[in-house]
Design a binder for this molecule. Structure first.
Ligand code: NAP
Ligand code: MG
Length: 401
């Protein structure tokens, strides 16, 4: 059988620890035997980031802008203990943060559903994709602990020194105050990314804020979404047979519980932080969550939602057997390959991505899985496999399709 050709390259960003081990296994067993893999390789492992003063991360992101598609392995975000462990020159920034700010993207997270791993919410039949705005609000706040009586103000001074001033509270005793902000430009990018992704995946889009209470701040989000929708997307949504739906955040929370899923739920930064953890744990496992960064310019970067699985890596280094779930990392690859195929009109590549996903899900549904899933499955007679054997089983399923 001849291998599938790839006319255009995609950016491959390698990573750290256990996911780096899985990365190589996935390529060896599931990709290179079938595809003439055409990637531009960037090693984002912490050692290389340190050697290059983190320039490698910037280069990889810049190249992604040109090629349009990237796939990324999980990477370590250094903290104090990592600085010691890897003898780092500096506490380098989160690669995902660096890439996100270069691509100006929004992250969409979607659970992978398999029979035998049932969501806690019984009526969720289809995955719920969560889109979280990744700029501002409480994550860029300024806070004051008010010691005692006095007046708290919100003040804006324009470039000419003119002031707009609102009294927040006349304090009679101690209390607290907080200032938050957002930028129209960032909200606009977020809106475009959400509408584009909805069209791309042919799913309804929900967006919710608390505009009835926050009549200027949250209302601004609602208005920007609405204006962009009416101007650029309403016709295309009609043609695609999908809808855009705005509601209040508490209403969205109530409705999502009663829904069958199968939608994209766009959230402000804080709501997205909280709701994505709720949605992912309700669907079963972090190891079954995919993540894609979509820029308003239509650039896609695929990865798993989980980290480098450090604890398993240390076991691996000790020579112990691990049973680390590679599903989300495999789906990062299939997502990137399918997108490459779509952009290049390479149907064979898209079909391969579909088949590999089917083989992965089929392997689990036939009772062969890693330990994390075996602990939560409703299937009987489960065979727990180690990291490498699970990937080999997927290859067997793929070969026998
Ligand atoms: P993590 O790697 O997601 O792992 C946390 C725990 O979740 C694991 O110890 C494991 O539980 C379970 N788990 C996660 N993925 C799994 C998988 N594929 N298969 C089986 N079990 C899995 O998070 P972390 O330990 O907090 O972070 C480790 C490193 O990853 C950190 O340096 C962090 O900076 C980085 N990180 C990177 C990204 C990214 O690049 N996107 C995201 C998050 C974190 P058990 O130990 O109980 O088996
Ligand atoms: Mg969180």
């Amino acid at each position: 059988m001849s291998k599938i050709a790839m006319n255009t390259a995609l950016v491959e960003m390698d990573g750290d620890e256990m996911t780096r081990i899985l990365w190589a296994m996935i390529k060896d067993e599931l990709l290179t035997p079938y595809i003439e893999l055409n990637t531009e390789y960037y090693d984002l492992g912490l050692k290389k980031r340190n050697e290059t003063d983190d320039k490698i991360t910037v280069e990889a992101a810049e190249r992604t802008k040109e090629l349009g598609v990237a796939v990324k392995c999980a990477t370590i975000t250094p903290n104090a203990s990592r600085v010691k462990e890897y003898d780092l020159k500096e506490m380098w920034k989160s690669p995902n943060g660096t890439i996100r700010s270069i691509l100006d993207g929004t992250v969409f997270r979607t659970p992978i559903l398999v029979k035998g791993i049932e969501p806690c919410v019984r009526n969720w039949e289809k995955p719920i994709t969560l889109a979280r705005h990744a700029y501002g609000d409480v994550y860029k706040n300024v806070e004051i602990k008010v010691p005692g009586p006095g007046k708290g103000y919100l003040v804006f001074e324009d470039e000419n020194g003119n002031e707009t001033r609102e009294l927040i509270q006349e304090f009679k005793g101690p209390g607290i105050m907080q200032g938050v902000h957002n930028l129209d430009k960032s909200i606009e990018s977020f809106a475009h990314a959400c509408f584009t992704y909805a069209l791309d995946s042919k799913k309804d889009l929900w967006f919710a804020t608390k505009d009835t209470i926050s009549k200027k701040y949250d209302h601004n989000f609602k208005d920007i979404f609405n204006d962009i929708y009416e101007k650029d997307y309403s016709d295309r949504f009609k043609d695609a047979g999908i809808t855009y739906f705005y509601t209040l955040i508490d209403d969205a929370v109530a409705r999502i519980m009663k829904s069958k899923g199968g939608i994209i739920w766009a959230c402000k930064n804080y709501d997205g932080d909280v709701m994505s953890d709720m949605v992912s744990s309700a669907f079963g496992s972090l190891a079954m969550m995919t993540s894609v960064l979509v820029s308003p310019a239509g650039i896609y970067e695929y990865e798993a939602a989980h980290g480098t699985v450090q604890r398993h890596y240390y076991k691996h280094l000790e020579g112990e057997e691990t049973s680390t779930n590679s599903v989300a990392t495999i789906f990062a690859w299939t997502g990137a390959l399918r997108k490459r195929g779509e952009l290049d009109g390479n149907k064979e590549l898209c079909d391969f991505a579909d088949r590999l996903e089917k083989a992965t899900i089929g392997t689990i549904e036939s009772g062969r899985m890693t330990k994390d899933l075996a602990l939560i499955t409703s299937l009987k007679d489960v065979k727990v496999l180690n990291s490498g054997d699970f990937i080999k089983e997927i290859r067997t399923t793929l070969e026998n399709q």
